[in-house]
Write a protein that binds this ligand. Structure first.
Ligand code: M6R
Length: 593
């Protein structure tokens, strides 16, 4: 949520920052801004406006060379989407310039207490930080003014600060929101995530909470908030350009849908050496010794967690509860005696989950984060972590990460169980089934025929019900069609009242045992005018079914059943000419609660 990038070195900072912002735009795209040093007037210029990074690229075309700069792409939290509220923000005398990702919860209080005589020019919480630094810098050194300010802030921040009086330094600090510093031959880049560093840095250090750094062309110094020096620990960057481009596809989402078979194969390769599982035995032992598992997650990841619960409970005797992270954090349920927590998250930065993990750690419970980003906060702060190996997921709508989450959860379930499933083979059958479907899919005509209304329902039973929830989220978030996923048998208990002539109802059917039950529910809605179609596994196929998928292991059907629903969402958004990879009001990494 919001992307920030700063650069100091031998290159034109404008290029590094704009390229970085373009790569981080999936984190927020309400507005974009940049600050560069103007050597003629010895000040920092600010360019910003609502809209996308491309607009900023155009408006900064003629900006002069500057070897230092910071930029921001915004997902609005405080204040409307407009130029004034866009970052960077100046302090009152324009001495300090700041970009920020996060939320300052006590900004009003700080304003009332310290800034009564300061005129603020935006509605943002961020501007308060710039003004406080300026206020404190009147009597304190800049570094102390910054740490004094940081100590007053409640909430979350990753921020970069420039000082016009000393234009050879970028100050950076972090609490709860992610921040990474990279070094390369041409200079130092500080950014919200690794993607902004590709091409400019060879190594990176992920900042810990409540640390603060000063980047100069010559090097980086790291401190705690008491200005005590700390060591930096650099690791090589293993991402490359290929991972972050669309390749032959028009949208990242389509590319990521098509990557799903290879993601499943990569998971098998990374988690097995021949037949031997590479999941650390201590992780499995911790799970086995707990009396109940609590899966915590949000959105699509929560839907993967629901499938995980089914898999673990069906393959082992360990009970599992699934909780929405934002609810769990503040409405903690009655826990079992010896709980263990599994946090499922693509980004590893979701603030709602972080709030849960803080609580979990306070109680010294064991936790496992399953994430796509091994450098992320939730990977680092949990007792254990497992990687998804999905490769960077850039489309806001999550697809391959969901499939990877379900697959990794299935591996955990398998390693805990006594059942003799050849999970490697079964996952590879699922990969082939997806591949074969994708190579011959004919989803667009279905979209044109059925998804013409402002609402839609997905129905299913058992695992298909949980896939229906994910299918509905995908369709609504990118096509803006109001969609609900429903347990097929539950519809008649109230929601069927919404069915009218032409309402699309899509049934997911993968389990022969309940095939006919779901079909009866379809008949009920058809009788009331619904336009229905079916996505089915071959084992459940009947005449006239529209989408038929090659059979896979009965516990792994979600991996395959979800794919046509991802395409339905994709084509529905395409038909409406919506911005598929960056749907309105959303951001990829939700780092505010
Ligand atoms: O990064 P996370 O998996 O923790 O994100 C959680 C949700 O915000 C995310 O799954 C969201 O629902 C999807 N982007 C929707 O496609």
């Amino acid at each position: 949520m919001c992307g920030i990038v700063g650069f100091i070195g031998n290159k034109n900072a404008k290029d590094v920052v704009l390229n970085g912002l373009t790569r981080l735009e999936y984190r927020g795209y309400d507005s974009a801004g940049l600050s560069l040093f103007n050597s003629r007037y010895q000040t920092f210029d600010v360019y910003k406006d609502e809209g996308r990074v491309q607009k900023l690229v155009d408006s900064t075309k003629n900006a002069a060379f500057s070897n230092i700069g910071i930029g921001h792409t915004r997902w609005a939290t405080h204040g409307r989407v407009n130029k004034e509220n866009s970052h960077p923000h100046y302090s009152q005398t324009r001495r300090f310039i700041i970009v920020h990702n996060g939320v300052i919860e006590n900004y009003q209080q700080l304003k009332d207490q310290y800034l009564r005589n300061t005129i603020l020019t935006s509605e943002t919480d961020t501007e308060v930080i710039a003004q406080l630094i300026e206020t404190f810098s009147q009597t304190l050194s800049v570094e102390i003014a910054i740490t004094t300010t940081l100590k007053l802030l409640h909430g979350s921040y990753a921020l970069l600060v420039l000082d016009s009086n000393d234009p050879e330094k970028i100050y950076a600090a972090k609490y709860k929101s992610p921040l990474i510093v990279g070094q390369g031959v041409d200079g130092i880049t500080v950014a919200s995530d690794l993607m902004a560093l590709i091409g400019y840095s060879t190594d990176y250090h992920a900042l810990d909470d409540k640390t603060f750094l000063v980047a100069r062309k010559e090097g980086i110094r790291l401190f705690d908030l008491n200005n005590e020096s700390l060591d930096l620990h650099f690791k090589p960057i293993e991402l490359d350009d290929q991972d972050t481009t669309k390749g032959e596809y028009a949208h990242y989402m389509m590319k990521e849908i098509h990557e799903q078979p290879s993601v499943l194969r990569r998971i098998v390769t990374n988690y097995y050496e021949k037949e031997k599982s590479l999941i650390k035995s201590e992780i499995l032992e911790s799970i086995k010794s707990s009396d109940r598992l609590y899966i915590l997650a949000a959105g699509t990841s929560m839907h993967a967690g629901l499938i995980g619960k089914q898999l673990i409970e069906k393959m082992t005797s360990i009970p599992v509860e699934v909780h929405i992270a934002s609810e769990f954090a503040y409405q903690k349920p009655l826990l079992s005696k010896n709980p263990m927590f599994i946090l499922v998250t693509q980004s590893g930065e979701t603030a709602d989950l972080r709030a849960c993990l803080v609580l979990i750690n306070q109680h010294h419970y064991k936790s496992l984060t399953i994430t796509n980003v091994p450098t992320s906060t939730l990977a680092r702060e949990a007792t254990y972590f497992l990687e998804l190996y999905a490769g960077p997921e850039i489309a806001v709508a999550s697809t391959k990460a969901y499939v990877a989450q379900v697959a990794v959860l299935s591996l955990i379930a398998h390693e805990l169980s006594n059942q003799s499933i050849d999970i490697r083979k079964e996952l590879s059958i699922a990969a082939t089934s997806i591949e074969n479907f994708l190579s011959s899919e004919e989803i667009l005509p279905l979209v044109r025929e059925y998804l013409t209304r402002r609402n839609c329902f997905f129905i299913g039973r058992g695992l298909d019900y949980h896939v229906s929830l994910e299918a509905a989220l995908k369709l609504k978030e990118i096509s803006y069609i109001q969609t609900e996923g429903f347990a097929a048998g539950e519809l008649k208990h109230g929601t069927i009242a919404l069915i009218e002539e032409g309402t699309p109802v899509i049934a997911l059917i993968s389990d022969p045992k309940i095939n006919n039950n779901t079909r009866s529910n379809l008949k009920e809605v058809q009788a009331r005018g619904a336009k229905t179609f079916r996505i089915v596994m071959e084992s459940c196929k009947q005449d006239g079914d529209e989408v038929i998928l090659e059979n896979v292991h009965p516990l792994l059907t979600p991996l395959v059943m979800v794919v046509p629903t991802q395409l339905l969402a994709y084509y529905a958004a395409l038909e409406r000419s919506y911005d598929i990879d960056k749907p309105r009001n959303l951001a990829k990494s939700v780092t505010v609660e």
